[in-house]
Design a protein around this ligand. Structure first.
Ligand SMILES: NC(=O)c1ccc[n+]([C@@H]2O[C@H](COP(=O)([O-])OP(=O)(O)OC[C@H]3O[C@@H](n4cnc5c(N)ncnc54)[C@H](OP(=O)(O)O)[C@@H]3O)[C@@H](O)[C@H]2O)c1
Length: 269
């Protein structure tokens, strides 16, 4: 039997904006239950209200949680167990960055990136895999980034955290496939979401074309639809922009300084 979204029970972290909210919108027509997790209550309530209006039979649970705290992750997993929710898709999407040199970064923010991008993703995976195995065929989508393929000057800790997500996910894909859990890495390039606003240390808004060439910028709608299709195809890695995927696979074998010159056309951050 193959994994399908129909009537499934899905947990999405970082569902209050960007890719997480878009996953909820695209899955809402087929799944039976959505568990939406983030810190901003009003944003989650707004999204749930819109989805309920369109899909009155959809069950939506909102969990307000700061996933940088291990006890909050444990509380979330314990609640899922208590409620006996038949979780069969987990989207580990919550993540944050901090644009600028490592030297000047506040330790608090650096620690948060490590705790969220690595700690929460790994801990939730560990807490929820037993349920995913029980519910197999099931799926786990880990949101990484193309930054995980390369060291990125000016985004060092973020890129390293996503390199961890990539390595971890590829190994899990092999381990869990045997147990009916498809584990896939989503590695987007630049996506217009609130990510850059929250990652920036500058007061003025960041122009996305200083981060990436325009042809590599992909809409959240496209990123999510390609990622969901990749889950059904049991792919190990998905880069949701065809041109970018070709370029990344080429650049993976290119020296770092050439990558920086090609991919980050303007070093203003
Ligand atoms: N945008 C891009 O260009 C891009 C490219 C590659 C990869 N990605 C990855 O895509 C994922 C989603 O990012 P996005 O682009 O959609 O950015 P976004 O709009 O800023 O969304 C980030 C989400 O993470 C949640 N979050 C942040 N800190 C959290 C915490 N401590 N506990 C729980 N939730 C937390 C935020 O919700 P609250 O603030 O309400 O908690 C928000 O829902 C991230 O993993 C990011 O690294 C993004």
């Amino acid at each position: 039997m193959n994994f399908s979204f129909n009537h499934s029970c899905v947990l999405i972290t970082g569902a209050s904006s960007g890719l997480g909210a878009e996953f909820a919108r695209q899955l809402a027509s087929s799944v039976s239950t959505l568990i939406l997790v983030a810190r901003r209550k009003e944003r989650l309530e707004e999204l749930a209200h819109l989805l309920h209006e369109r899909y009155p039979n959809l069950q939506i649970h909102l969990k307000i949680s700061d996933l940088t705290f291990p006890e909050e992750r444990e509380r979330l997993a314990a609640w899922i167990e208590e409620e006996k929710l038949p979780l069969n898709l987990v989207i580990n999407n919550a993540g944050m960055g901090n644009l600028g040199n490592f030297y000047d970064a506040s330790w608090k923010r650096t620690q948060e990136i490590l705790d969220l991008n690595i700690g929460a993703l790994t801990h939730l995976t560990h807490l929820l895999l037993p349920t995913l195995r029980q519910q197999a065929p099931s799926a786990l989508l880990q949101v990484g980034s193309i930054s995980g393929f390369f060291p990125i000057e000016g985004h060092a800790v973020y890129a390293a955290s996503k390199a961890y997500v990539q390595s971890f996910t590829q190994a899990l894909h092999l381990e869990e496939g045997k147990h009916g859990v498809c584990v896939t890495l989503l590695a987007p390039g630049t996506v217009p979401t609130e990510f850059f606003k929250s990652a920036s240390r500058l007061k003025e808004p960041i122009s996305l074309t200083t981060r990436s060439r325009a042809c590599f910028i992909t809409s959240p709608e496209k990123v999510v639809s390609v990622a969901l299709e990749a889950l059904l195809q049991k792919r190990v890695i998905v880069i949701p922009n065809k041109l970018l995927s070709i370029v990344i696979n080429f650049l993976r074998f290119t020296p770092v300084f050439l990558f920086q010159r090609f991919f980050l056309p303007n070093k203003k951050r």
